[in-house]
Design a protein around this ligand. Sequence first.
Ligand SMILES: [Fe+2]
Length: 492
Amino acid sequence: MAPPDYSAQVLREPPVKVTLQPSNHPYLNGAWTPLREEVTVEELPVIEGAIPTDIDGIYIRNTENPVHQPLGRYHPFDGDGMLHQVSFSGGRASYRNRFIRTRGFEAEQEAERALWGGLMDGPGVSTRPGFGAHGRLKDASSTDVVVHRSQALTTFYQCGEAYALDAETLEAEGIAPWVPLDGISAHPKVDLETGELLFFNYSKHAPFMHYGVVDPAGKLVHYVPVPLPGPRLPHDMAFTKNWSILNDFPLFWDAELLKKDIHVARQHPLPSRFALIPRHGTPDQIRWFEAAPTYVLHFLNAWEEGDEVIMDGYFQHNPMPAPLKNADGYGHMMAYVDEHSFKPKLHRWRFNLATGETHEQSLDDRILEFGTYNQRMSGHPYRYAYSTTTKPGWFLFNGFVKHDLETGESWSLTLPEGRYASEAPFAPRVNASSEDDGYLVSFIIDENRGTSECILVDARDIEAGPVCRLALPHKISSGTHAYWVERVHLPR
Ligand SMILES: [Fe+2]
């Protein structure tokens, strides 16, 4: 096969300034090797299959690409955020990737060196005040990306400022003007039915959490405290038509060490708590529910049925894993990003608004996380969930599992050794006839060939493997989250 033709690709100039030196760091090599070039390709070459004409929208992924030599010890979530976007329409696909030019990124480009320490560093490493709940970190905006009002909004996992980029061109459009002083957490939620964006933030000062709603015009119309007993580390939220669901898990910073500005998460002998607040509710309307102790990184869908609010997510069976052995001093970090260490499993919580009781059940015994579903079902009963599997010992996605939550059936697709996926949101087929009529969209990092691809998998038959493979112009780095937006939700 002839090599892909990239004669039409355009490199963004000038290139970013880089000082990071080669090392044997487990998350700066292989599929986590940082990428620095920024490229636009108007038409991606097809490697296998054909681009379906019934997929119309944008896939965006956020990845970690540190450019400067770290001041202390590098953690894979410290990297500078970079968006990779593929825009599908009419059987064609374009690609572009851009660094997220955060205030921290720009300051370090000007200084030509790192100015902030990272997650694994203690006090005294950062040279400037930091951002978010932690307070000493650079807001790299490298965790998640959602699309609201035709803008890609990038977020940082311990709260940050939310940077806006035009979803189609990836032109920078600055910090989202509605973001409050305490920032927003990594996972704001877009309700496609109402056009609203729902979010929360958390901090080390009372009331420790806020919840907010941004309207379809981009205005912050609701922002209320959700009082907690102290600083917490919530990561994700869920919503139904009428309720937003926040959480207070017993894994949070050690209070005594926090007084010395040392941030170490500990599991405390407390239950999990979930806060149900009406979409535009006030603090006095919050309904708290207790549940089995755990920590949850990510939730799937939530909905209402009679007196119950039902929510799916990934219950961690070992939220405080032991360090991995033989990891060159990185064992603690590596365990905390290794799903086979913290053991998340598909789980369902049922909150009864009439009795105040919680009922919960495990839905699958496999290690699964980073799930997606048809976003058209958000807040409503749904049937199909798509989870990812990971390579034991590593934060690398090596396959997908589809669940039929009505029948309990499941199907899986495991990638060949050396091929790693990204989070794979569901893209509904144009004029879809059923909930699972669409594609899973993912990037692949191929360590065997040193290349990357964008793949489409028919969600009705994931075991058949990709129906289309597109060649990306460079090997991308791995990262955390990705998003799909249908073109009908990109008004201009
Ligand atoms: Fe996340």
